[in-house]
Design a protein around this ligand. Structure first.
Ligand code: BG6
Length: 484
């Protein structure tokens, strides 16, 4: 299977924070991949911008090292890497002052798409937007890309939105949630809205509950300072898991267009009930072997920040009233495994008698690793011995169904950056969506802060704190196993 590369218009992409960690790990390697696919055409360019004084040659060295470290396979093509680096420039700019801005403006080519990637902390978003405006760079053809965290609560998110809106229209602002760029996440929409099979059953009459798990095996690594101020709720739940919840629960949009999709997602967030404190479990990982515990890793011995959170949510609308959504995410868990499971109800009556047992269909959308979709169906166990039933998966692992090349789809960042250049906002969050997500999250956080309860500890390599299991057990349900 050969993947199709859709050409994009020539562009200049400026990466503010071009020497930062995200640029190194994700943005620059993603751009190189798109270059390799031919999507950067003959003239498109990447310009790193940051505070450090260095010349373009030194920055190219930095970009080369980043690509070699984070995409060793692609970097093997030396000739192509050299050719890509020729498209890379650098300008030292001061986000809060005037240094470098004239030079940056002069470095950009007139009449082509201009994208400004704010790969910097949110405290600089407003300054950057202001400078772009002051130096005549905030024109109709320019767009800005902003990274999470988009604020830390509703008030700060509103302030960020206001700061950006002073100089850019909403259609020029691309708020990244890289989960929306993941292949399977988009497949979720294809499965729901491209098949007749599922949609009629997609409601509380047929669906017992939905579970969303985003489990990581890694700890907070070198991001302790940021993470300890955020925690799993702000770092993952408010954005990534919330977006997955929206896609799974939303009404069919009239068309696959940015506002139609985002309107439906927004309705889901607004229909979420407040979460009762008893339906939230927080955890913090313990040490194991030479791996430090959470507090040691973030360097805060009294930290009450959670590295795990699980909760039960309800959506009060006609489709979902009565179907709980169980969401959990955490670090240092048993495996890196993320999935959404739609667990259907049992058949209303079993014609096979008690001994056949009761069975459920489960549709599992596996985000990572091994992207794919699996439908659990109940069949007769082969052989004699009566009507014994067994659940087997109808497996649609993409690599198996579509050939090995299908596993070679663009990384989320590649896809999202190209969508920015194309001007397609479908996979980006709108300002009102982000605010609604904070409006739902804030009271959950306020409730635990008020109670002052520390998170429960959980063993590294486990499935999280005991109480997270209880969250489902007490409803007569259980979490699916965390396995890759
Ligand atoms: C980021 C979070 O947004 O997503 C990280 O800040 C997390 O803490 C990461 O590790 C997970 O992304 P992925 O694509 O590896 O699942």
């Amino acid at each position: 299977m050969v993947s199709r590369v859709i050409p994009v218009a020539p562009f200049d992409l400026v990466v503010f924070g071009g020497t930062g960690d995200l640029a190194r790990r994700k943005i620059l390697p993603a751009l190189f991949r798109r270059f390799l696919s031919g999507q950067m055409g003959d003239t498109s360019r990447v310009i790193g911008a940051a505070r450090s004084e260095m010349d373009a040659g030194a920055y190219r060295g930095f970009v080369r090292a980043a690509i070699e470290e984070f995409d060793a396979a692609a970097a093997r093509d030396r000739a192509q890497l050299d050719a890509f680096l020729e498209r890379v420039g650098y300008v030292a700019v001061d986000a809060k002052g005037s240094a470098g801005w004239g030079e940056l403006a002069a470095a950009l080519t007139e009449g082509r798409v201009r994208a400004f990637y704010f790969s910097v902390g949110p405290s600089l978003f407003g300054d950057l937007a202001q400078r772009l405006h002051d130096y005549g760079l905030a024109d109709e053809d320019s767009r800005i890309v902003v990274e999470k965290p988009f604020g830390r609560d509703l008030d700060s998110a509103r302030a960020l939105n206001r700061g950006l809106a002073r100089h850019f229209d909403e259609h020029q602002i691309y708020r990244i949630d890289h989960y929306l760029g993941k292949e399977t996440v988009q497949n979720l929409m294809a499965v729901r809205f491209g098949n007749m099979l599922f949609e009629p059953l997609w409601n509380s009459q047929y669906v017992d509950h939905i579970q969303i798990t985003v489990a990581e095996s890694v700890g907070v690594g070198g991001r302790g300072e940021y993470y300890d101020r955020a925690g799993a709720m702000r770092d993952m739940m408010q954005n990534h898991l919330m977006q997955l919840l929206c896609l799974i629960a939303m009404e069919p949009p009239a068309k696959f267009d940015p506002d139609a999709v985002r309107d439906e997602k927004l309705k889901v967030i607004r229909a979420l009930d407040p979460v009762e404190p008893g339906n939230v479990v927080r955890g913090q990982y313990e040490a194991e072997g030479d791996k430090p515990d959470y507090r040691a890793q973030v360097g805060n011995p009294d930290s009450a920040t959670e590295s795990f959170v699980a909760l039960k949510a309800h959506i009060s609308n006609w489709r979902w009233a009565g179907t709980p959504f169980y969401l959990r995410t955490g670090k240092r868990l048993k495996a890196r495994a993320s999935e959404i499971a739609v667990v259907f109800k049992e058949t209303p009556h079993s014609i096979f008698g008690e001994e056949a047992g009761r069975h459920r269909n489960i549709l599992t959308i596996k985000l990572q690793p091994n992207e794919g979709i699996e439908l659990g169906v109940t069949i007769k166990e082969p052989g004699p011995g009566g009507m014994r039933l067994v659940d087997v998966p109808l497996d649609m692992t993409f690599a198996e169904a579509l050939g090995p090349d299908s596993a070679e789809f663009p990384d989320a960042y590649e896809r999202l950056i190209m969508d920015v250049i194309r001007g397609n906002q479908t996979l980006f969050m709108r300002g009102d969506e982000v605010e609604a997500a904070w409006a739902w999250t804030d009271p959950i956080i306020a409730a635990w802060e008020e109670r002052g309860e520390p998170p429960q500890s959980y063993a590294t390599g486990s499935t999280g704190p005991e109480d997270a299991l209880m969250l489902m057990h007490r409803d007569g349900r259980r979490w699916r196993e965390i396995k890759p």
